[in-house]
Write a protein that binds this ligand. Structure first.
Ligand code: ZN
Length: 80
């Protein structure tokens, strides 16, 4: 029979546990890939009159609110 002292047994237990944690982490990360995000061609506007949030073309600076019809400036960014 192989004789193992208590310190060696503790080190084997510690590294074995860490190896299992590392293996579980690798398996978890392989299963959860980051979603592919595409940049949008639209810009978020918030109406200064009715506070309606909507999307409009990225190229335009001024946009008409689809709810109340007022013009909104992209320079007037909503505070988050
Ligand atoms: Zn509006």
């Amino acid at each position: 029979m192989i004789e193992v002292d208590l310190a060696t047994l503790f080190v084997l237990y510690l590294f074995g546990s860490l190896a299992l944690l590392l293996l579980a982490w690798i398996v978890y990360e392989r299963g959860h890939k980051a979603p592919h995000v595409q940049p949008s061609d639209e810009r978020i506007f918030r109406c200064t009159i009715c506070a309606h949030v909507y999307l409009d073309d990225r190229d335009t600076r001024y946009s008409r609110c689809p709810q109340c019809g007022s013009m909104n400036d992209f320079g007037n960014r909503p505070e988050v």
